[in-house]
Ligand binder design. Structure first.
Ligand code: Z5A
Length: 212
């Protein structure tokens, strides 16, 4: 379906502030990829279905309190528990569209004042995305969108710090889309970037690990 029989899928990550449109766009992207004949799956972190994910979910909804370092390591553990499945899916040719990944881990925890290098350390060895698309939105605009304010980190001043941290983390695999554009325009730009990336992976780009 997605090209050569033995070609691998792409690891595509969507990042951005709360309410930037990641969920909306990742659903549309997976549907569009499938329509074009590619095998694709939608993943998201935190994965709240695992036992670690349930601890995270309880923390995010303010039902439990945890030390900042502890919750950081739980978010990381939540990615490690999915690492081998992620690798086997990619190697079987499935493109994974992942709503939040290690960059959220580092950007949110360091916004609380944790050392950025300390935050990166437990992420070393996780699979590196082939493409990170950051949906860029001013924190004030995001706060005007539906459903804002329900969870622990949904506060304007905090989101501003997260936005600054994303800028520090930007690397060569990053692309930026203006998340204030109409949904259809974001969708179109995203699809174009991802199809390019899928092609490169089909042509033999090797998988690599964070942080390289
Ligand atoms: N976190 C962490 O600390 N460490 C980690 O390692 C990880 C995460 C992985 C939970 O994440 C929190 O965990 C998150 C980071 C932290 N905290 N915050 N903030 P989550 O992914 O479960 O929750 P979220 O980031 O808050 O996602 P969200 O609320 O689902 O927002 P979204 O997916 O980016 O947006 P959306 O649901 O697609 O859209 C939001 C609204 O905007 C909705 O009404 C849409 O119809 C509307 N929308 C979308 N696009 C547009 C455009 N283009 N124009 C106008 N309106 C739009």
């Amino acid at each position: 379906r997605g090209g050569k029989e033995d070609s691998r899928g792409a690891l595509v990550v969507l990042e951005g502030l709360d309410r930037c449109g990641k969920t909306t766009q990742s659903i549309r992207l997976v549907a569009n990829l499938e329509k074009l004949g590619h095998s694709a799956e939608l993943w998201r972190f935190p994965d709240r279905t695992t036992s670690v994910g349930q601890m995270i979910s309880s923390y995010l909804s303010n039902k439990s309190q945890l030390d900042d370092h502890t919750i950081h390591l739980l978010f990381s553990a939540n990615r490690w528990e999915k690492r081998s499945l992620m690798e086997s899916k990619l190697k079987s040719g499935i493109t994974l569209v992942v709503d939040r990944y290690s960059y959220s881990g580092v950007a949110f925890s360091s916004a609380k004042g944790l050392d950025i290098e300390w935050c990166k350390a437990p992420e070393i060895g996780l699979l590196a995305p082939d493409l990170v698309v950051c949906l860029d939105i001013p924190p004030e605009k995001a706060a005007e969108r539906g459903g804002y304010g329900g969870e622990r980190y949904e506060q304007l001043e905090f989101q501003k710090k997260v936005g600054q941290n994303y800028q520090v983390l930007r690397g060569p695999t990053w692309k930026i889309i203006d998340a204030c554009l109409p949904m259809e325009d974001v969708e179109e730009q995203l699809q174009e970037m991802v199809l390019d990336c899928v092609k490169t992976c089909q042509e033999g780009k090797p998988l690599s690990c964070l942080w390289s």
